[in-house]
Design a protein around this ligand. Structure first.
Ligand code: FES
Ligand code: FE2
Length: 436
């Protein structure tokens, strides 16, 4: 039976039918055709250091548990007791010891998911076979330090799924470990958040902190669509002038920094190191980045967001800084309803980072991307306003058509162009209309 949405436009053109943000039918199709058929970031390998360490996630409203076994293997299971379905843990993460024991009737499972304990088992009769009641496995794979899970067996290999993004992502996700987390819920569709992290058109307008404090941030940058469905957004700050930054912040906030005290998070913005692109970046030593800061002096600071289809964003710390590129945050959005979404952020650092560097990474997150941060507050309001607006009859389409040259962006694209969102919608539409 045909049950694909009757979209009024080809979303890959960037003219997007607003029904995708409001339709319960499309929301249900997204869960079935996208979220069960794609790989999802669950946690880092260092969230699961010891046997029995576990992490839980929800994919397409299905509870999933990832756990490290005594043999060192990381496995994933449906977080549902095979007796009558109770979740085995309601915690986000922790250590289960050697046994996953259900709180309801105390059925027990080992770290490989085998059913190992059934109280008063004789009541089930002689034909009862524990082997038929092991935990249902979920596909699980790792990409360097990231653990991914997938519900459906038909999912492509993780390498194929990452596609053009794999090489770009790899340097960032080796030797990292989580150091902090926060989560919040906003009243809006999940795609608004993910779109926002592929969008540098809004930054100078939505974020007064950027407009007033980081002048020129959106003057230079680039974006790529990275098949299938992923993208890279890059931008460059001019070198910061700390006293000027402090004066602007004082004017903006009313806090007195005239005694030389610098605001939290500021030092992460200071440039250090040679100009030019980080090693291994698309475009080569001079391609794509225009050769760095002109006229000598400190290098410009580069930052980027790697967006993975369907719902993961990775924002490594600024390049060429004392923290280098191995501190930043991983962010997932989990749809809770057509107009309700949870954001989960994990702050990570390089495993070599000392306590001071970790503290700085946490402060930087608190300063900007925590639910209370001066950037996330603005983005949450934007997503909430969009959700309210698209409910009405104010217009059937949203526009993601900036950057009219053909292709998927790259060094010729402006940072405000929308190649990255169009790559998302191109693949989003393919999944949504796949009736297999
Ligand atoms: S539901 Fe788990 S033991 Fe009964
Ligand atoms: Fe933003």
């Amino acid at each position: 039976m045909k049950s694909s949405p009757d979209l009024r436009t080809d979303l890959a053109t960037g003219v997007v039918d607003r029904e995708i943000y409001t339709s319960e039918k499309i929301f249900a199709l997204e869960q079935e055709r996208i979220f069960t058929r794609t790989w999802h970031y669950a946690c880092t390998t260092r969230d699961l250091k010891k046997p029995g360490d576990y992490f839980t996630v929800s994919i397409a409203e299905q509870p999933v548990l990832v756990i490290r076994g005594n043999d060192g293997e990381i496995r994933a299971f449906h977080n549902a007791c095979t007796h009558r379905g109770a979740i085995l843990t309601g915690e986000r993460c922790g250590n289960q010891g050697q046994t996953l024991k259900c709180m309801y009737h105390a059925w027990a499972f080992n770290l490989k998911g085998d059913l190992t304990g059934v109280p008063h088992e004789e009541g089930y009769g002689p034909g009862f076979d524990r082997r038929a009641y092991g935990l249902r496995p979920v596909h699980c794979d790792t990409f360097h330090d990231l653990v991914f899970v997938a519900i459906r067996p038909t999912v492509p290999s993780l390498t194929d799924f990452l596609g053009e993004m794999a090489d770009h992502l790899a340097p960032y996700v080796q030797g990292i470990e989580p150091i902090g987390r926060n989560s919040w819920i906003y009243q809006g569709n999940w795609k608004f958040w993910h779109e926002n992290f592929r969008d540098d058109y809004h930054a100078e307008f939505t974020h007064r902190s950027i407009r007033d404090l980081l002048v020129g941030t959106t003057a230079r940058g680039w974006n790529w669509g990275a098949a299938p469905g992923h993208s890279v957004l890059q931008w460059a700050f001019p070198p910061l002038d700390p006293p000027k930054y402090a004066r602007a912040l004082q004017r903006f906030s009313g806090v007195d920094f005239s005694d030389g005290t610098m605001p939290v998070g500021w030092s992460s913005m200071l440039a250090q190191g040679p100009p030019g692109p980080p090693e291994g970046f698309e475009g080569g030593p001079d391609g794509g980045f225009g050769g760095g800061f002109e006229g000598g002096g400190p290098p410009e600071i580069r930052q980027e967001v790697l967006a993975l289809f369907p719902n993961l964003d990775i924002q490594p710390g600024p390049k060429d800084t004392p923290r280098g590129m191995k501190a930043g945050f991983l962010q997932t959005v989990t749809p809770l309803g057509v107009d309700r979404t949870r954001v989960d952020i994990t702050v990570y650092s390089d495993i070599e980072d000392d306590a001071a560097a970790r503290q700085e990474a946490l402060e930087n997150l608190a300063d900007t991307q925590g639910s209370w941060g001066k950037l996330s507050c603005d983005d949450t309001e934007a997503a909430t306003r969009c959700q309210i607006g698209v409910r009405g009859e104010g217009g059937p389409y949203s526009l993601f058509t900036r950057g009219v040259a053909p292709g998927r962006g790259g060094e010729d694209a402006d940072v405000r162009d929308e190649y990255s969102q169009r790559e998302f919608f191109r693949v989003y539409q393919q999944y949504l209309q796949d009736e297999s």
